[in-house]
Design a binder for this molecule. Structure first.
Ligand code: DOR
Ligand code: ZN
Length: 349
């Protein structure tokens, strides 16, 4: 049976939510991940060091004692309300790890964002001084841009100019979803990209062609098979500019199954198995540790975990959990059940 040992991975992009959803989902990220880069798109968004610190404590309060290796890494939501002195203090104190830019209206709760990427030059100058990464949701919201071209348009219209004006600014192109995005990263040495398990393993036909699947609807939307292939190629290449960020984004079935489908794939439970299966299919399992454990840690300036996991392919299991229920009775569907049936993960003693 195929098998690989890797340092405990990090999830460099995750939505943990709050209250009873946080309580229900956090153990799924904490089970196999050391760090989680926690997105700030709550309502209201996480915008001050005090809010980040309080959110971090709420998260840690919900992590089961047996999973105390898990350490949330906090981010602040970019807007004109962001106080740069407060941000500087948060970074200095080790409470804030990065900032996240959302184009207004691009995705869940980003109606709260205000301002174009090009309006934050003062912030970007300070991020360079503080050696702190800018995390970018790269999607154009121009009404004349086709849905499937939104990432490429954002790179052309906004990110290219910011990278040219701030050549030392470290930028993470979050959940890169297209060949154009991969190409942009390769031609900009200070830009890196996170890639999700769903963008690596699915394409738009999976979403739309065999009965529309709300559980696969996310932003940026799954794109063409050729785009997915470019992402797979980047991930398995071992290139240090590409690493795992799951973008695990739980929504209750009441928000997923209806006339207005909420964007987000809940892949925290089985995201690692999905990525392992992609690497296995590419005969690249020996590169898995770079993508999920080493490359991102190097970008964010931390040593890899000293803990090790072993992943072993197995005969398909037929009974594994497929959804969870929150304390208020909401259900959330797990992504990647098919792949998870094929993999056993264990800590190496
Ligand atoms: O699909 C997504 N869901 N994309 C995002 O950028 C946000 C996320 C969420 O918070 O639900
Ligand atoms: Zn996200």
């Amino acid at each position: 049976m195929a098998s690989v040992e890797i340092p405990m991975p990090d999830d460099w992009h995750v939505h943990l939510r709050d209250d009873d959803m946080l309580a229900a989902v956090v153990e799924h990220t904490a089970r196999w991940f050391r760090y989680g880069m926690v997105m700030p798109n709550l309502r209201p968004p996480v915008q001050t060091t005090a809010q980040a610190d309080a959110y971090r404590r709420r998260i840690l309060n919900r992590v089961p004692a047996a999973l105390s290796h898990f350490q949330p890494q906090m981010t602040l939501f970019v807007s004109h309300d962001l106080d740069l002195d407060d941000l500087g203090r948060g970074i200095e104190a080790g409470i804030v790890r990065a900032v996240k830019f959302y184009p207004p209206g691009a995705t869940t709760n980003s109606d709260q964002a205000k301002g174009d990427l090009g309006e934050f030059d003062e912030l970007f100058g300070r991020l360079v001084e503080w050696n702190t990464q800018l995390l970018v949701h790269a999607e154009s919201t121009r009404s004349d841009v086709d849905l499937f071209d939104r990432e490429a348009a954002f790179l052309d219209d906004h990110l290219a100019a910011v990278c040219a004006r701030h050549p030392k600014l470290g930028v993470t192109l979050e959940h890169v979803s297209t060949a154009a995005g991969v190409e942009f990263v390769r031609s900009n040495p200070n830009v890196v990209a996170s890639i999700t398990p769903h963008h690596l393993s699915r394409e738009r036909a999976d979403l739309l062609a065999f009965g529309m699947k709300p559980d696969l609807y996310c932003k940026p939307v799954l794109n063409t098979a050729a785009d997915r292939d470019a992402l797979v190629e980047a991930a398995v290449s071992g290139d240090g500019q590409f690493f795992l960020g799951t973008d695990s984004a739980p929504h209750p079935t009441t928000a997923k199954y209806g006339p207005n489908v909420a964007a987000g794939v809940f892949n925290a439970p089985y995201g690692l198995e999905v990525v392992a299966e992609v690497f296995h299919q590419q005969e690249a399992l020996e590169e898995l540790g770079k993508f999920v454990s080493l490359n991102g840690a190097a970008v964010y300036g931390v040593p890899p975990s000293v803990d090790q996991l072993r992943l072993t392919r197995r005969e398909a299991q037929d009974t594994i959990p497929e959804r969870l229920r929150t304390s208020s009775g909401e259900e959330v569907v797990f992504f990647g059940v098919e792949e998870a049936r094929l993999w056993h993960i264990e800590a190496v003693a």
